[in-house]
Design a protein around this ligand. Structure first.
Ligand code: IPE
Ligand code: IPE
Ligand code: MG
Length: 228
């Protein structure tokens, strides 16, 4: 495999609240416009030749700490997004999958998530993964617990990789918007050799054009994976 092949892209969509604040709007408006950006970036990835998977961080295990009204708004927005975007998934041949502990969501939202996964299961141009109530540490911990339940007393790296919820593949590129330069508990295992890109752009302003520039600069990076 060429080191510049991009198969799995991961994005920490950050800055919705700041985007809204700059405009004197409520934080929730930033989330709404941010959802539009997810659609644009996803359809761009579906049309891209080598990208197989795009994983978006939409709600972390730590985001429950936010005010109740904001959390409730995000849950409703997710439900609306999946309902509305089913058409996009089918038209662009995109498979939808969720990672994270969705058991903490309302029954109706869990059903919406599972239905969307089921209805798009045969789509082939791209897998869009939304990380929902997701935490990298929680994902690794539950993988290890699953292995213990299976009777393992000693585990290998492959055992852990195969027991993670994220369909197994290493991340090639991680992008975080909004100028913050941290992982915030995203895909800790899968990011081992990812190339990181931080942009000042706030998520609702992030465009396919900027992504295109990032992907072009990725081809100039020399990934060594510990070798020479
Ligand atoms: C990212 O934007 C969306 C979620 C974490 C749900 P933020 O809501 O974190 O926006 P800022 O960082 O406060 O600007
Ligand atoms: C990370 O953004 C989580 C998501 C984008 C869903 P946060 O805004 O929650 O991260 P911190 O709190 O700034 O690290
Ligand atoms: Mg944030």
């Amino acid at each position: 495999m060429q080191s510049s092949t991009i198969k799995h892209l991961a994005i920490i969509m950050d800055g919705n609240g700041r985007w809204a604040k700059e405009r004197g709007l409520k934080r929730t408006k930033g989330h709404e416009v941010g959802a539009e950006a997810i659609r644009d970036i996803t359809t761009y990835c579906a049309a891209h030749k080598t990208i197989e998977t795009a994983t978006f961080y939409a709600f972390s295990t730590e985001n429950w700490k936010r005010p109740k009204l904001e959390v409730e708004f995000l849950m409703k927005l997710l439900d609306r997004y999946l309902k509305k975007e089913l058409k996009t998934y089918q038209e662009h041949n995109i498979r939808f999958q969720a990672i994270g502990n969705i058991g903490a969501f309302s029954k109706a939202l869990q059903l919406r998530i599972r239905d969307t996964e089921y209805l798009t299961r045969n789509n082939k141009s791209l897998t869009q993964i939304l990380a929902l109530n997701y935490g990298g540490r929680a994902e690794i911990t539950s993988a290890v617990n699953q292995l213990i339940q299976e009777g393992k007393t000693k585990v290998t790296e492959d055992d852990i990789s195969e027991s993670l919820q994220t369909p197994y593949s290493d991340i090639d590129i991680l992008i975080r918007t909004s100028g913050e330069e941290r992982i915030s508990n995203f895909l800790l295992w899968q990011l081992s050799y990812a190339e990181f890109y931080f942009t000042q752009t706030l998520w609702p302003d992030f465009t396919a054009k900027e992504l295109d520039t990032i992907l072009a600069s990725f081809t100039q990076r020399h990934r060594r994976f510990g070798g020479l």
